[in-house]
Design a protein around this ligand. Structure first.
Ligand SMILES: Nc1nc2c(ncn2[C@@H]2O[C@H](COP(=O)(O)OP(=O)(O)OP(=O)(O)O)[C@@H](O)[C@H]2O)c(=O)[nH]1
Length: 468
């Protein structure tokens, strides 16, 4: 039994680059290692879990969501569970969504003291689709970051381009990242030693690529500590539109730019006890808040009560204003975390105000490509193979530029095998794989990822392919 930290590999690469293909290779190879896999999928309905080969390795799925808001909480939770049985694990592999900037995942292993002790970020491995990467490097900042941060670049799909194009591509990748090891592959075929435990991650270089690398992103923007006695308190958010005297206070409001994605009639808030304002106690309370922010929210209307501890409250405001009760169970210090906006007033049970004794603002950036969305379809029934083929061909002809990725597991009339289909831009592939298991829900699941997706048209078009 060794107590050395477990190596963690972060696997990235744009949509359709070949991450799942590589993962399946690793999972089926007889390498004698115990590997835990953590997956984070972008898309409304989960398809990847059906595409990953069943194996003895343990696979954990993270919620679909923004890496800094919900997914980081999930990641901390899963790692916390893995920590408890670390003697059994040889490696951890985290597959990020094709749209993620890998930095927030990598940061987790440097900013959290416990994580730092138990795990070691071994390398960021980036899969590159030789056929489509140039398109993405020009249009997607995420694709560029994935290449920039890589310690190992797997230049995949070499069968789809000429050797001269590959040389030119490698030059382009080198201009973005001069130090990563580059391996050329078809179908992500390369020895596992080139991917796992390569000892490639270099923190100094990561900070060079992104000077804010060690500045963690948080799902909240502000926290304030209050010294409180037990009782029913009250918190005020925004300014009472009926109270003209407070109009001048707006100057102190959180300033949102035009592109601000906040819904100003909603505020996510958590109240967490904190033992003291020592760095260690604050860190524990902040981590607990990160976990809480990734859990289910409780819709809380004006006049309703906010509870302390592990509950995320989504406060509903009217005209950006609302007053809510806060139930404080015991005397002590409490941190109030808000997703944006600092509370205007905090009232004690006797009706007087109190102010926070400490506060801090946190970095919260939604740097991912907001324009890219997904449409998930999940419907039972058997498909007419011919109609499906015609519909997909037509779809790719007319919308192929906007559909970055589609994937699905489908039921076709006349066969008991699953039809697995995969599309990356205009390239499309459909194969029958194994029969449906008796305990499986024989249903069609598919997901489209791209820009300007027309949900009703996609759903109707798909349903029209079902056998009547
Ligand atoms: N021609 C060719 N196709 C490949 C190669 N590697 C993977 N593919 C195919 O490309 C498609 C996408 O591969 P995946 O492994 O699912 O890609 P991914 O990166 O996991 O995709 P996302 O989950 O969307 O991020 C599948 O149809 C693969 O069979 C390759 O080297 N050459």
């Amino acid at each position: 039994m060794s107590s050395s930290p477990i190596p963690v590999t972060v696997l990235t690469g744009f949509l359709g680059a070949g991450k799942t293909t590589l993962l399946n290779r690793i999972l089926t190879e007889q390498h004698g290692k115990k590997i835990a896999v953590i997956e984070n999928e972008f898309g409304e309905v989960g398809v990847d879990n059906q595409l990953v080969i069943q194996s003895d390795e343990e696979i954990f799925e993270m919620n679909n969501g923004c890496i800094c808001c919900t997914v980081r909480g999930d990641l901390l939770r899963i790692l916390g569970r893995l920590m408890k049985r670390k003697d059994r694990l040889d490696a951890i592999l985290i597959e990020t969504t094709g749209l993620a900037n890998p930095a927030p995942v990598a940061q987790t292993f440097f900013t959290d003291p416990e994580m730092k002790e138990q795990f070691r970020l071994d390398a960021i491995v980036t899969l590159v689709d030789a056929k489509h990467i140039l398109l993405h490097l020009d249009n997607s900042p995420e694709a560029k970051k994935q290449v920039g941060f890589a310690d190992v670049i797997i230049l995949n799909k070499t069968d789809l381009v000429s050797p001269a194009e590959l040389d030119a591509l490698e030059k382009r990748l080198r201009s973005i990242n001069a130090v990563a090891k580059i391996h050329r592959t078809a179908n992500a075929a390369l020895p596992i030693e080139k991917v796992l435990n390569v000892g490639g991650f270099n923190l100094d270089r990561a900070v060079e690529v992104d000077p804010q690398f060690l500045e963690m992103e948080y799902p909240f923007e502000w926290a304030g500590a209050y010294d409180l006695q037990p009782g029913l308190h009250e918190i005020e958010i925004g300014h009472d539109p009926a109270d003209a005297d407070h109009a001048h206070d707006h100057a102190h409001d959180h300033e949102c730019g035009e592109a601000c994605g906040h819904n100003h009639n909603e505020l996510d808030l958590v109240v967490m006890p904190v033992k003291s304002l020592d760095e260690k106690d604050l860190a524990a309370s902040i981590n607990a808040a990160v976990l809480t922010y990734s859990d289910w929210e409780k819709i809380t209307l004006p006049g309703e009560t906010v509870t302390t501890g592990g509950q995320l409250h989504r406060l509903k405001l009217k005209d950006e204003y609302g007053k809510f009760k806060v139930s404080i169970p015991a005397a002590g210090k409490y941190l109030i975390f808000t997703a944006h906006d600092v509370p205007t007033h905090y009232y004690l049970p006797d009706g007087t105000f109190t102010k926070y004794v400490w506060d801090k603002t946190f970095r919260h950036e939604h740097s991912h490509d907001e324009e890219v969305t997904s449409v998930g379809i999940s419907v039972p029934g058997d498909l007419d193979g011919k109609k499906l083929n015609e519909w997909i061909s037509e779809l790719l002809k007319t919308k192929g530029g906007d559909i970055f990725r589609m994937k699905g597991v489908l039921c076709v009339k006349g066969t008991n095998k699953r039809l697995v289909f995969q599309g990356v831009h205009m390239l499309f592939d459909a194969k029958f794989d194994r029969p449906w298991n008796a305990d499986e829900n024989r249903t069609n699941t598919l997901v489209f990822i791209g820009k300007n997706l027309d949900r009703p048209a996609l759903t109707e078009g798909f349903k029209a392919c079902l056998v009547n």
